[in-house]
Design a protein around this ligand. Structure first.
Ligand code: SAM
Length: 264
């Protein structure tokens, strides 16, 4: 799936781009899925560990495991959360026995899986019957302001290449209702679906822009691929489209969340 390799990147750059929303989003997802203390949980596609950290806060370090196929992110997650089991693995082949966990979650990952149906079926396999499987993905085509404005600006600067890379177009499972259809197709029951809205603050536009030229995430990879003149043009068009200046500002971001129960 488009862009998964762009996360073999620095955790610091990721934190400053999308990771900025991660802690709030993780709390919202945990609440949406009604994850309560006393259970064992797995975070699939953990990245540097925003959801993993929120799960350890709710469940305790010894009750949380995490998996991601990106070596630098696995290393960052291990360093940030000592005592948490963090394995190098993709969703499609999780190295855990059937029914190991009471809950398996993933945050902003399903759209990056090579085979989303295989990945979600694996999430369900490692979860006990009656346990829950929950995820969320950005509303790329709609109200994830940071990325929507980025791709709209990119399409103004380099229309053809940006149209082919725009996450609002190329990503699956990101339109309202799509994740719920996937959950049902994977055999999950009592599927619930809804929006999660979070926000992030920036000291100024440069604070927002600085991680993009490093190449992290699909947006960063596109930014890095531009020549110097087009990158400078993207910087200016993006700032104009966001309507921000040299002062602090806040952006909101919407994700679609889903949860379902593994049949008994
Ligand atoms: C947008 S990041 C989300 C990271 C983290 N969950 C968070 O909320 O900050 C997407 C993550 O999915 C991981 N990923 C990509 N392909 C994957 C796959 N097939 N299975 C599991 N994770 C995958 C990437 O390595 C990256 O860490």
């Amino acid at each position: 799936m488009p862009g998964a390799e762009t996360f073999r990147a620095s955790a610091d750059a990721y934190d400053r781009l999308v990771g900025r929303y991660g802690t709030q989003l993780a709390s919202a997802l945990i609440d949406f899925a009604s994850v309560a203390p006393g259970i064992r949980a797995l975070d699939v596609g953990c990245g540097p560990g925003a959801l993993t950290a929120a799960l350890t806060g709710r469940l305790g370090t010894g009750n949380v495991s995490a998996a991601d196929p990106s070596e630098p992110f696995v290393e960052a997650c291990r360093a940030r959360l000592p005592g948490v089991e963090v394995v190098l693995a993709a969703a499609e082949a999780l190295p855990f026995a059937e029914g190991t966990f009471d809950a398996t979650l993933s945050q902003l990952v399903v759209n990056f899986m090579r085979d989303a149906e295989a990945g979600v079926r694996e999430m369900a396999r490692v979860t006990r019957p009656g346990g829950l499987v929950a995820s969320c993905v950005w509303d790329y085509a709609g109200e994830m302001t940071l990325l929507r404005a980025f791709w709209d600006a990119a399409r103004e600067v380099d229309p053809e290449r940006a149209a082919a890379a725009d996450e609002g177009v190329v990503m699956r499972w990101c339109a309202e209702g799509e994740l719920a259809d996937l959950w049902r197709a994977c055999g999950l029951r009592d599927v619930r679906f809804g929006p999660l809205v979070v926000n992030a603050t920036y000291t100024d536009f440069e604070d927002l822009w600085s991680p993009l030229p490093t190449g992290v995430a699909p947006s960063g990879a596109f930014c890095k691929s531009l020549d110097e003149d087009n990158r400078a043009a993207l910087h200016d068009v993006y700032r104009r489209r966001l309507g921000v200046d040299d002062g602090p500002f806040e952006l909101t971001a919407r994700a679609w969340a889903v949860t379902g129960i593994v049949p008994r």
